[in-house]
Design a protein around this ligand. Structure first.
Ligand code: E4P
Length: 222
């Protein structure tokens, strides 16, 4: 399973990239607005693209097809690894088709049902992003969308990648991986939680404490 980091934080991206843990990045207007401050968001995206080799999703804010294509084309000029994020809208599907025809990869975002994923794939999206956590937040079973989309895409050999988004905790990652989502995009806090287990900490404390006893004995014997 590929891991993307769901952030525009250069510090977090830099750590995860150095550890070889991430295959790409997803951003959205909220995440970029938080990171960019007074900076031009295009400069932030450029910097992110230089830190990772894999795809970096950058979202359009236009909501009409011409506007989305224009913005998407500009975003794609920032770096070769930019993937243009397009919202799940009627005009969005036209934009996806036109950008794909121009050789620009897209990630259809704000998907909340498996049939939306199918529609986005038919339009020519490279990735579809079902938002698991936001569905859970309103009392639905977010993971069902990933489960259904996986079956549908496999039934028809659809190559569009299923990108599990709006991940809230490690269990989401485990379930998405068991179902066979191609990618999970993780907030940095969730990625860091994947490394943790209380028995790891307890085991390490025990090993270090036993070792220091050995060192103390060796010193006393001199
Ligand atoms: C995906 O690409 C989105 O940026 C993201 O996963 C949204 O997650 P949220 O529901 O935590 O904002």
């Amino acid at each position: 399973m590929k891991f993307f980091l769901d952030t525009a934080s250069l510090k977090d991206i830099s750590w995860a990239a150095q550890a070889g843990l991430i295959d790409g990045i997803t951003t959205n207007p909220s995440l970029l607005s938080k990171q960019a401050g007074d900076l031009d968001p295009r400069d932030v995206l450029k910097e992110i693209c230089s830190l990772v080799d894999g795809p970096v999703s950058a979202e359009v804010v236009a909501v009409d097809a011409d506007g989305m294509v224009k913005e998407g084309t500009e975003l794609a000029k920032i770096a070769e690894n930019i993937v243009v994020k397009i919202p799940m809208l009627e005009d969005g599907m036209i934009a996806v088709r036109r950008l794909a025809a121009a050789g620009i990869r897209t990630n259809v975002t704000l998907c909340f049902s498996s049939v939306q994923c199918l529609i986005a794939a038919k339009a020519g999206a490279s990735y579809v992003s079902p938002f698991i956590g936001r569905l859970d937040d309103v009392g639905q079973e977010g993971m069902d969308v990933i489960r259904e989309a996986r079956v549908i895409f496999d039934n028809y050999n659809i190559e569009t990648e299923i990108l599990a988004a709006s991940i809230r905790h490690p269990r989401h990652v485990v379930e998405a991986a068991m179902i066979g989502a191609d990618v999970a995009t993780l907030p940095p806090e969730v990625l860091k939680k994947l490394l943790l287990h209380p028995l790891t900490d307890r085991g390490l404390d025990q090993f270090l404490s036993d070792w220091s006893k050995l060192v103390a004995r060796a010193k006393a014997a001199v």
